[in-house]
Design a protein around this ligand. Structure first.
Ligand code: PEP
Ligand code: MG
Length: 306
């Protein structure tokens, strides 16, 4: 077990890694991650024409958990659709795939695939040396959160959560998080959906900017609810890999940050130089800004001169 990451005043901030393969989990452990905050299971299956059996999946998940023995691993159930086509999941043509049947919405068509995945995860978690948490992607309503929690708990999953990556889930987080044990903010999709701008379209990159106060206010809404409900709420989108934005997110109230392993050292090093009051002030500045640019510049100036 590695020691906790801390702000300069001793405030703990859990620093986790995003991963999509056993190799990436090994790299994350070597980089000193306190665990995996987002394991993207669909990345295991991108080249699979047929669905892996429950036993085959359980073996894969066991290898992931073994690589993080003694630490937390947050697994996301399959997030197929939109920008992540999985060959063995037949997808119909959709006019707006990012708004279509993706993530947990797959269960509207068939619950077999996620059920088999949950079964495999439960088998692998049962004798795992890791602390296994499981969450669903693309949740919009408290009913969806409740449905997922019911499915996952029936299979014996002990820590059940949801991604907060739609504006609906962020704004209604008091209801959504009440159904589960934890939340994880997917800032890549949350930014895309708050700003109504395709995350894959480079022409819109000024809009798909997680520094935008509209995005930060949505995160603030979710964090306020999570704090009131005493639910852990992490960030697992790319935003947390920007050290200054990480400080803002901590100030807004998130309890963990999950980032690419290569970004861990920089974010850890920067957070160790600032205290909670500084994070709170940076968050206030960013939330009060009128634009992403204004938020970024105000916080940068403050953090470099405080
Ligand atoms: C996100 O949306 O921020 C996220 C972490 O998930 P993905 O990038 O895989 O959609
Ligand atoms: Mg997402």
């Amino acid at each position: 077990m590695c020691s906790s990451d801390l702000l300069s005043d001793g405030t703990p901030v859990m620093l986790l890694a995003n991963a999509g393969s056993v190799e990436a989990v090994v790299a994350a452990a070597a980089a000193g991650a306190e665990g995996v905050g987002l394991f993207r299971t669909e990345l295991l299956f991108m080249d699979r024409q047929t669905e892996p059996t429950v036993d085959e999946q359980a073996a894969l998940y066991s290898a992931v958990f073994a690589a993080m023995a003694g630490r937390r691993v947050v697994v996301r159930t399959i997030d197929a659709g939109s920008d992540k086509p999985v060959p063995f999941i037949a997808s119909e043509h959709e006019e707006n795939p990012a708004l279509g049947v993706r993530g947990w919405r797959l269960n509207r068509i068939t619950d077999d695939i996620v059920n088999r995945q949950l079964q495999a995860l439960a088998i692998a978690a049962a004798d795992s040396p890791a602390d296994v948490w499981v969450m669903a992607p693309m949740i919009s309503t408290s009913q969806e959160a409740a449905d997922f929690a019911k499915h996952a708990r029936e299979f014996g999953i002990r820590h059940v959560g949801v991604m907060i990556e739609t504006p609906a889930a962020a704004l209604l987080a008091d209801k959504v998080l009440a159904e589960v044990d934890f939340g994880s903010l997917g800032t890549n999709d949350l930014t895309q959906y708050v700003m109504a701008a395709d995350r894959l379209d480079a022409r819109l990159s000024d809009l798909t900017d997680s520094w935008h106060p509209a995005v930060l206010r949505a995160i603030h809404s979710a964090a306020t609810s999570a704090t009131a409900l005493a639910r852990p709420l992490g960030v697992c989108g790319e935003a947390a890999a920007d050290p200054y934005l990480a400080a803002v997110l901590v100030g807004i109230g998130v309890t963990s940050l999950s980032i690419a392993p290569v970004a861990l050292a920089e974010v850890r090093g920067f957070l160790a130089t600032i205290d909670r009051a500084t994070c709170l002030h940076a968050a206030d500045m960013a939330l009060a800004a009128a634009s992403a640019e204004e938020a970024r510049h105000a916080v940068k100036h403050y953090l470099e001169h405080h």
